[in-house]
Write a protein that binds this ligand. Structure first.
Ligand code: ZN
Length: 448
């Protein structure tokens, strides 16, 4: 092995690799994973040993009096790295003049792992469960310390905590138009007497494709309003930037936006209407059509749901009542249909969904706009994240299974890491996951 420029330094044998010569079996081709892991671990040990030797001849200056430091004693430090656990023998120094102790390294107190390992663990944990991340790391790397899922969780939350403290930096050039969306969703709580916790998530987007996502569990210590301001600055908000805001219709979110300085009137995100309409369409299509009267009634309902979609899309939500009334007028054809053993009757489902949509539109009428007109003008009708910010940011990782229950702090800090992974602000060199303008078409913008 060679440290430094070619020809200098020390050579060490790390391992002998003996692979079969015949390639009859494809499995014999090249290095195996276990060999690669042993090789990496061996290289790592030698590099660390060489670094420690180099480091040992250094003598730090005394930070108090500029006196000369001498070695006081040596201490062994066990450090987990991405390429195995290493033990580093480090000298501690004492100033000959004033007797002060110098460490000679700027390592954080009680650190037992490298920042790179911590960040990769956090990165993986942001995308998959702690257990899966632990498994994956163990499969791929010669990690032999800090691979328990509880350790990964602890490290990840620590990274999340540190992310909350770091200052905002402007990552994009100054921009004059920004779209802000704010949504809420719920995750299951592990606390006694509390079933769910509210999670607020959002994203800011610029015309050039710059995007930042953010989120916070309510009452968990992370201030969502501060996050909004920070993210607006990160995408290059100027003093008189035009802001467009979308929400899911919750009045609490509108207040949050206002306090965060987004004073333009928030619109109802088309995504949320489209989801409800899609649900209604599926139910209408699942209605039975036994006999001509019922078939005719079903055709009326299916057509009227399409018209409802067209009306809302075209900013004529006031006329939605007409569609709702027409559907109600023929619904008696499905009455008396019994609930099946495993499912609620489609007619009952339709009634419930229709009632919910009607109430939603009435409650949200002030925040509805002519989506078709905006779309024709090339303006946004909602978030550019096709599956919705809440699903993308929270549900995919934190609501996957019913068994996942979260502590307020644990969920909040993991969410900070998850956002940082997507925003590329984890500082790990793994890059950001968003492509510029990766979703140029407004979601479900196809009008009836
Ligand atoms: Zn000194």
């Amino acid at each position: 092995m060679n440290i430094g420029a070619e020809g200098e330094g020390l050579c060490t044998d790390i391992m002998e690799i003996n692979r079969p010569d015949d390639l009859v079996d494809l499995a014999n081709l090249g290095l195996s994973l276990s060999e690669a892991k042993r090789l990496l671990a061996g290289v790592q040990r030698e590099i660390v040993a060489a670094q420690a030797r180099e480091h040992a001849v250094r003598r730090p200056d005394c930070s108090r009096c500029d006196g000369v430091c001498r070695v006081k004693d040596y201490r062994n430090h066990a450090v987990a790295t991405l390429f195995g656990q290493v033990t580093v023998r480090l000298a501690r120094f004492r100033c000959a003049a004033c007797g002060g102790i110098e460490a000679g390294v700027g390592w954080p107190a009680h650190c037992r792992s490298t920042p790179e390992l911590d960040r990769l663990q956090a990165h993986l944990c942001a995308l998959m469960t702690y257990r899966t991340a632990a498994d994956l790391l163990e499969q791929m790397f010669p990690v032999d310390a800090g691979k328990h899922h509880a350790t990964l969780r602890r490290h990840t939350l620590k990274v999340g905590e540190a992310l909350g403290k770091c200052a905002a930096t402007q990552r994009e050039p100054a921009t004059s138009a920004i779209v802000v969306t704010l949504d809420s969703t719920f995750i299951r709580s592990c606390a006694d007497g509390e079933r769910h916790q509210e999670v607020r998530v959002g994203n800011v987007e610029t015309q050039s494709g710059g995007r930042q996502v953010f989120g916070a569990v309510a009452k968990a210590g992370t201030d969502i309003r501060a996050l909004i301001r920070r993210n607006l600055n990160a995408v290059g908000r100027t003093k008189d930037a035009a802001l467009t805001a979308f929400t899911d219709g919750c009045s609490g979110l509108r207040r949050v936006l206002a306090v965060a300085g987004v004073t333009t009137r928030p619109m109802l995100d088309w995504f949320h209407i489209a989801m409800r309409l899609q649900h209604l369409k599926q139910i209408a299509n699942a209605l039975p059509a036994e006999g001509p009267a019922q078939a005719e009634a079903k055709a009326v309902i299916v057509a009227e749901v399409e018209r409802l979609h067209w009306r809302i899309w075209n900013g004529k939500a006031k006329d939605a009542q007409v569609s709702v009334d027409r559907i109600r007028a023929v619904m008696h054809h499905f009455r008396g249909e019994p609930d099946r053993r495993t499912a609620i009757a489609p007619s009952r489902k339709l009634w419930t969904a229709l009632h919910a949509l009607d109430g939603y539109l009435t409650g949200q009428s002030a925040w509805l706009v002519d989506y078709a007109e905006r779309h024709r003008a090339g303006l946004r009708v909602g978030t550019a994240i096709t599956e919705g910010t809440a699903n993308f940011l929270v549900n995919r990782r934190m609501n996957k299974s019913q068994q996942m229950r979260w502590s307020r702090r644990g969920a909040d800090l993991l969410l900070q890491v998850r956002c940082a992974v997507y925003n590329g602000t984890l500082g790990s060199g793994f890059g950001q996951k968003f492509q510029p303008a990766n979703d140029p078409c407004p979601l479900m913008a196809v009008a009836a």
